[in-house]
Design a protein around this ligand. Structure first.
Ligand code: SF4
Length: 370
């Protein structure tokens, strides 16, 4: 295998699915952690090609989806200030909270800009010394290195007008929270290969052992995903609890240690609230005290702001594998990408957006007529 197209070869994918059919003897519930994997699974219909004994449930690995409403409200408050240029990845602009989103702030005259890298925001801070430039630093372990680099770069340049609004989350505490829940249904995990490319997978064997659940580091192309599922089913059928790597072309056990060291220079582990799920102990990263000057929450005095989540949106249950998008009464009725009630309907990695985009709408109709 040398080129990415080989990982999209339908015959190879069918062959692996055939192998899964051959070995499976009983029902198994497997969670793919990452929203990117959810989209690939739904887009290619992988869940529908699997034998009926295998149920895939969708995990919380969508950074836009789990950023809590109150962080969005803090972003809206800061972005509405006339002295601020507010920078964000594009997905966040349509995420609703308290009846508004960043697009509506922009429409009302706020200077809200889409950037492709936090270093673009640092450049904007250099070019606009009379403005405060704030970057909305959301994400999992994958986006931590560039976000940290932007802070170090701003420090090196002596910028006093750059800060970050942080909502960084980490996968291992979320896995622990899902497995600790009395309602947990997950028997095996597909781990998110890009997170493991940065962090390695040395943190997971202890979790697998504690909860007796096998885990497989898995990539994002169709062949990667079915190979991850095959390995998980092999481990489940054999009663083996271990962490396997089905994405070895990218991931090593120890990960990118230079990146981990750089993250550790700037970030400290902290408790973090997840949208629809609640607070998960030590599941986030925040700034070390010595980088407090880059903390946008402190700079703009929005730390105390609190927001209630919408009671209509069941995204928190979907992201813990307890429900599917079509089981939400608002799905395609009162919640659509044009009029979203929750972040999972607008994020490019959101499970509701995947079900909507790739035509799982008829599932909702089946639920209504049942
Ligand atoms: S369909 Fe909309 S309201 Fe329902 S869970 Fe998804 S985002 Fe929330």
């Amino acid at each position: 295998m040398k080129y990415v197209n080989e990982y999209r070869d339908a015959d190879l994918v069918r062959g692996v699915i055939q192998e899964i059919r051959h070995i499976v003897t009983r029902p198994w519930t497997i969670m793919e952690i990452c929203g990117g994997q959810t989209h690939a699974i739904v887009r290619h219909g992988i869940d529908q090609l699997l034998p009926p004994q295998i149920e895939l449930v969708h995990g919380p690995g969508c950074p836009v989806c789990v950023t809590p409403s109150e962080l969005i409200d803090k972003a809206l408050t800061i972005a509405s200030r006339p002295d601020v240029i507010f920078c964000s990845y594009g997905d966040m602009l349509r995420v609703p909270s308290s009846g508004r989103d960043l697009f509506s702030v922009k429409a009302q005259g706020g200077d809200v800009r889409v950037v492709y890298s936090p270093l673009d925001a640092v450049k904007l801070a250099q070019q606009n010394p009379d403005k405060q430039v704030v970057f909305f630093a959301i994400g999992f372990e994958t986006t931590a290195p560039p976000n940290v680099m932007s802070i170090l770069q701003a420090q090196r340049l002596g910028l006093k007008n750059y800060s970050v609004l942080i909502s960084h989350v980490r996968v291992p505490p979320a896995v622990r929270a899902i497995l600790s829940s009395p309602q947990n249904r997950v028997q095996g995990f597909l781990l998110a290969g890009h997170v493991n490319a940065v962090m390695g997978y040395w943190e997971y064997p202890a979790l697998a052992e504690q909860f007796k659940v096998p885990m497989v580091v898995t990539g994002f192309e169709p062949l990667d995903i079915v190979q991850g599922i095959l390995k998980t089913v092999q481990l489940l059928e054999a009663g083996r609890v271990e962490v396997a790597n089905a994405y070895s072309r990218t991931v090593t056990l120890e990960g990118n240690q230079a990146a981990q060291k750089t993250i550790g220079r700037v970030f400290l582990e902290c408790d973090r609230k997840w949208r629809g799920i609640g607070e998960i102990p030590m599941s986030g990263w925040g700034l070390r005290p010595e980088f407090d000057e880059f903390n946008a929450e402190k700079r703009f005095h929005v730390e105390a702001l609190k927001t209630e989540e919408s009671p209509l949106c069941i995204a928190g249950q979907i992201l813990q594998g307890l429900k599917k998008p079509h089981q939400c009464s608002a799905f395609v009725t009162s919640c659509t990408p044009e009029n979203p009630l929750g972040a999972t309907m607008v994020s490019s990695e959101g499970a509701c957006a995947a079900y909507y985009r790739y035509g799982r709408v008829e599932l909702q109709q089946q639920v209504e007529h049942a």
